[in-house]
Write a protein that binds this ligand. Sequence first.
Ligand SMILES: *Cc1c(COP(=O)(O)O)cnc(C)c1O
Length: 422
Amino acid sequence: MSIHEPALAQADPETYALVQREDERQRECLRLIASENYASRAVLEACSSSMTNKYAEGYPGRRYYEGADFIDPLEQLAIDRALALFGADHANVQPYSGSPANLAALLALAEPGDTIMGMSLPAGGHLTHGWKVSATGIYYRAVQYGVHQTSHRIDLDEVRQLAQAHRPRFIWVGHSAYPRALDFAGFASIAREIEARLVADIAHLAGLVAGGVHANPVEHCDAVTTTTHKSLRGPRGGMILCRQEHAKAIDKAVFPGLQGGPHNHITAAKAVAFREAATPAFRHYARAVVDNAAALGEALRDRGFELVTGGTDNHLVLVDLTNRGISGRQAAIALNRCGIELNANSIPFDPRKPFDPSGVRVGLCALTSRGLTLEQMPTVADLLQAGIEATVSGHGDVDPAVASRLHGQVREFLSGFPAPGL
Ligand SMILES: *Cc1c(COP(=O)(O)O)cnc(C)c1O
């Protein structure tokens, strides 16, 4: 073992080998999971810094442990950058991830047992918006809106009707699998009519908002929650932005309400990611993500695939595989063997079970980070089509020889597009 070998390789060869293999997998596979991305080397370095060694319960200037000399300015830097990026009054950068951020928003702005309203999981919403198995569906009385029966878009008339009938104290606007732009102003006017709190969850959209290609919810909402690792391309983590009037309640809900010491190494990486997201290069990236998603959607339609709502306004397309004779899960498993990574997803009014639904979700954040442009989208569509057709003709299982040939094509195709960070 040479002295240039990383410490991890020497200290723990088993863990090191798994990390190496994951690096290689991420380099060599066509990553189309809509919630995933490639963080930059700078973000990864910040994640692995000495900041992980420090306890700093509390907030800048008000800590329960000594020695926060450099944690305070670090957290303030992340906060200031977040405020500048999204134009908010107040930011809390401590949430460990998107789900804890959402719980904190509920803890701050609703009472246990209150009625809350959110988009249902099968329609494209998130577990934490009141789905029954989530704490948010157990401790709150959740009412769920879906999408329109035929357009498969959010129907503000339905949202208004449910809001008037159930008078929720708290309304979520946000999604994990909805291909169309959100009308934050429309939701805000419904929330105002019933004096409900409106909270946007832009976990999937934060990079698009920061990059100026999706409407910004900040001015319309009491609070905005997000992850930092999806389209925003930062470390795995969460954040809450809010109006000044809710600042104290939000901070108290995160700590001591839900969490202990902040993950300062992740705060450092969030600061780096916010700086990166404020650059012209990132605006260009966000535009390219949306353009690539639209182009891939069109290329798939040209190849006979059906898209939920017929297309996309954001970073993702939902493909309904009903007319292809294959389920979403079969497709996802087979494509993974071909080096193409995506996830099975319910489609609106899906007759199949959530574990084996009728569709797949395809997102462009990660591939666009590798520099793929409009020019490459027909090839991506060809690869998807080849994997799916080989699986259908193989009665739900892809021939290993075909899978290996396709994986070879994927590897060669991607070799011209280095993966950031790795
Ligand atoms: C991903 C996601 C979350 C949860 O984020 P985690 O970091 O996985 O906890 C919350 N809300 C929405 C809309 C999401 O897409």
